[in-house]
Design a protein around this ligand. Structure first.
Ligand code: NAI
Ligand code: 15L
Length: 272
């Protein structure tokens, strides 16, 4: 997207989940903007480029996460379980893990965190409703519940300790929308970068929640409450509409996955 500025503006940034799909995208895009980019994941990552540090760590490993935050100004927290699963792995990575991250941030004086939440925090709303981030959560599984926990935990750390957080309720961030549902939920990688940069650089964010979507023609989310972030998406799913609708010409209106915003997540589980 926009060329990197000549002077790094982001300071010493930690990017978790750096081995993942979005982490790999953001790593190369954020690096030129940072004084230092520390990248971390439980999985192996590419070797450190100039200006980078690479630290392999599990989010549930409290001493490792406390060490990881040392000397850091701001965090982009993408690490963790990224789909619906049984409770135990979600508990370790997304609930204990996000607690470890915020406690370490508090101890090390980190000023701001961008937290990758998910649209699955509100997956049980219907697709014929337009909601905003002030409405009650309706998680569609353990994964959505864990992201709602992260949103609440970050609100507590702001109210109690003044650590600012922008929670990104990311829709579907992929190279292109894969199906009809993603025509509403798609977030292009360039718009993801715009969203993360806006979240890191807006002068005051307090505790904010914003839906992460491109400028899609039909959507279920109203981002008016987060306009102060200054996120202006520039892509749209519309060029993909004809192909995605042709691939799925009929919709089963008895299927909860068709009616509800969370799609197939709303009918996953139970796990035993
Ligand atoms: P991903 O699954 O590709 O990446 C997540 C990374 O977290 C992986 O590299 C994984 O190794 C790491 N991880 C998992 N458990 C860990 C643990 N216990 N300790 C340390 N690292 C651990 O997911 P993706 O698509 O890159 O998503 C990034 C973040 O954005 C996730 O938090 C996900 O929930 C969120 N998100 C992504 C969406 C998307 O459309 N890609 C939509 C909504 C939310
Ligand atoms: C998510 O939260 C997941 O991380 C991603 O893999 C997709 O399933 C996305 O939601 C979605 O709702 O399309």
């Amino acid at each position: 997207m926009t060329p990197a500025p000549s002077t790094p503006a982001l300071g010493r940034l930690l990017l978790t989940g750096a081995a993942g799909a979005l982490g790999q995208q953001l790593r190369s895009r954020l690096r030129p903007r940072c004084t230092l980019l520390r990248v971390s994941d439980v999985a192996a990552m590419a070797a450190a480029a100039p200006g980078e540090e690479v630290v392999q760590a599990a989010l549930e490993d409290q001493p490792a996460i406390h060490a990881l935050l040392e000397g850091i100004d701001a965090v982009v927290h993408l690490g963790g379980i990224s789909t619906e699963q049984a409770f135990e792995p979600v508990l370790q990575a997304n609930i204990i893990g996000v607690y470890n991250l915020y406690e370490a941030a508090r101890r090390h004086g980190v000023k701001r965190i961008v937290f990758a939440s998910s649209n699955h925090v509100t997956g049980f709303y219907r697709q014929d409703e337009v909601i905003d981030a002030t409405m009650p959560v309706r998680p569609d599984g353990y994964y959505g519940v864990s992201k709602a926990f992260g949103e609440n935990l970050s609100r507590f750390y702001f109210d109690r300790y003044g650590i600012e957080t922008v929670c990104l309720r990311i829709g579907s961030s992929f190279p292109e929308p894969k199906d009809r549902r993603m025509l509403a939920t798609w977030l292009s990688y360039d718009d993801l970068e715009r969203l993360v940069l806006a979240s890191l650089t807006a002068p005051v964010v307090g505790h904010s929640i914003v839906y992460g979507m491109s400028d899609n023609a039909r959507t279920w989310w109203d981002n008016t409450p987060a306009r102060h972030i200054g996120f202006r998406p520039q892509d749209s799913s519309e060029p993909y509409r004809a192909a995605r609708e042709a691939a799925q010409p009929t919709l089963d209106l008895q299927d909860p996955a068709v009616l509800l915003q969370g799609g197939a997540y709303v009918r996953m589980g139970p796990y035993e």
